[in-house]
Design a protein around this ligand. Structure first.
Ligand code: FAD
Length: 452
């Protein structure tokens, strides 16, 4: 009998895994399950509504196929006529709107499904449980159906941000507070002259500001984050510094190493120097102890995030323009109190040891995807933790798994037949969200599962 693989999650990771498996000669039957039809092939990052939020990687770096690096650029050239209103020109150096990349992913999924119709199926439903069924697995769906498979791949991706307020705080359920920023609904109730608080100042907060600019927003935006820093802009004139594999035994050494290279290369911006580390990140992270990883998260992560996850220079210029016009301010601090009032949500935030009280018309949680699985309220996560099939990691980064995506259960053993891909591997790989990483994971996973 032919093996069967069920992939749970139809975002970029799930689609890449499905395409790789379906194209594998003599490979298994594949069923891709996505709970939200609007997110099929797009996930949260490449949604239909993101018409003006750009990719944070240039088009030349966004091919779905490692052996055809310019595939996305060629696809754009062939389809440019559809997007004349969104992109001026096509070149490998352009930052393309994320919706268009989503169209490209979806079109490729449809093509592979057409070519391998007998092998790849797609189903819209939510997987809520995975149970043992002899040596196989049973996936239970929210619709009540049960499906059997030899392998299940979890591609659950990015979870909504952690709650900002305690459950008993009325603000948590106030319609003027948006607990998740990844929806067009965020904009539908914002009127032009309001004062909006974005909690967080990373890529998601920048996305929201770009969405507001597009909608001719004339009010004011305050961004509040612990570090009070924007992601840095890409500088395409400085590619990653080419380096030999460094020996970085402790994160403190990483700082010394970067400082030394900055001193030796005064003409190269420090983010390009950090880019040079990218090919070695996985190995460095795997070699560190728990204490060392914890040190990195406490002391170095903020600098890492702004340098590694950058924004197009054009987005950065738009932020500066808004700041210069007095319509955007960036505050360093954190919320200490939130009260729902008639005129808005009253926030007290602590900044530079002062408590500042301000009323905002809307508050949007842009703190980034929650990776602490104990706090995630998805039925399947509760089920897998409850059954002991999945173990959360000590640093709140994700779940225990091997670098190649085998799940480690609460007995510390490999949970046979269950795999994961994408952001779910963060605890073991650290950098595991960019297309390049997901592409590599999907092809390795297909080889491990179908290549036997
Ligand atoms: C806003 C944003 C912008 C980004 N921009 C870029 C970029 O420009 N370039 C880049 O390289 N990377 C970017 N990334 C990184 C991004 O995380 C990855 O590129 C990728 O989208 C991750 O895909 P995923 O499939 O793992 O997760 P997701 O996109 O989160 O998809 C997971 C899917 O699983 C579904 N799902 C979850 N649970 C279930 C269930 N129980 N049953 C059925 N379905 C389920 C969800 O509905 C969702 O569709 C961005 C990320 C974000 C959040």
């Amino acid at each position: 009998m032919k093996a069967k693989v069920i992939i749970i999650g139809g975002g970029l990771s799930g689609v890449l895994a499905a395409m790789q498996l379906a194209q594998f000669p003599g490979g298994p039957d594949v069923l891709l399950i996505e709970k939200n039809p609007e997110l099929l092939g797009r996930g949260v990052a490449y949604q239909y509504d993101f018409t003006h939020q750009p990719l944070n990687v240039v088009a030349g770096g966004m091919s779905l196929f490692a052996d055809r690096p310019l595939d996305f650029v060629e696809w754009l050239e062939a389809n440019h006529f559809k997007y004349n209103h969104l992109i001026e020109k096509v070149s490998p150096q352009e930052f393309i709107p994320r919706k268009i990349f989503g169209d490209y992913v979806l079109e490729n999924l449809e093509r592979v499904q057409h070519e391998a119709a007998d092998r790849l199926q797609i189903r819209i439903d939510e997987a809520v449980s995975i149970m043992d069924f002899g040596t196989r697995k049973t996936v239970v769906l929210a619709s009540g159906n049960e499906l059997h498979a030899d392998h299940v791949i979890l591609a659950l991706g990015n979870f909504p941000p952690a709650d900002l307020f305690l459950p008993d705080n009325p603000v948590q359920n106030d319609p003027r507070y948006y607990a998740s920023p990844w929806s067009d609904k965020v904009y539908s109730h914002i009127t032009g002259d309001e004062h909006i608080l974005l909690v967080g100042s990373g890529l998601t907060a920048v996305d929201i500001v770009l969405g507001l600019i597009l909608r001719k927003f004339s009010g004011k935006v305050t961004m509040l984050s612990r570090r009070g820093r924007f992601p840095l802009p890409h500088d395409l004139s400085h590619p990653a510094l080419q380096i030999l594999e460094p020996e970085i035994k402790h994160p403190r050494k990483m700082l010394l190493w970067v400082r030394e290279l900055i001193r030796k290369n005064p003409d190269i911006p420090w983010p390009s120097i950090m880019d040079g580390l990218r090919p070695f990140t996985k190995k460095i992270w795997l070699a560190w102890t728990l204490d060392e990883k914890s040190y990195f998260l406490r002391k170095i992560r903020p600098y890492w995030e702004i340098a590694r996850h950058r924004i197009p220079a054009k987005s950065s210029a738009l932020l500066n323009e808004m700041m210069n016009a007095g319509k955007l301010e960036l505050k360093k601090g954190y919320i200490v109190e939130a009260i729902a009032t008639d005129s808005g949500i009253e926030i007290v935030y602590r900044s530079e040891r002062n408590d500042i009280r301000q009323v905002f018309h809307k508050v949007i949680n842009c703190t980034g995807p929650e990776s602490n699985y104990r706090k995630v309220r998805f039925p399947i996560i509760g089920d897998l933790i409850g059954q002991g099939k999945v173990k959360t990691d000590e640093l709140g980064l994700g779940i225990k798994c091997t670098p190649e995506g085998r799940i480690i259960n609460q007995r510390g053993e490999i949970e046979e037949g269950i795999w994961c891909i994408g952001p779910m591997r963060k605890s073991v790989l650290w950098e595991t969200t960019a297309l390049r990483e997901l592409r590599e994971q999907a092809s390795e996973l297909a080889l491990l599962i179908a290549g036997k």
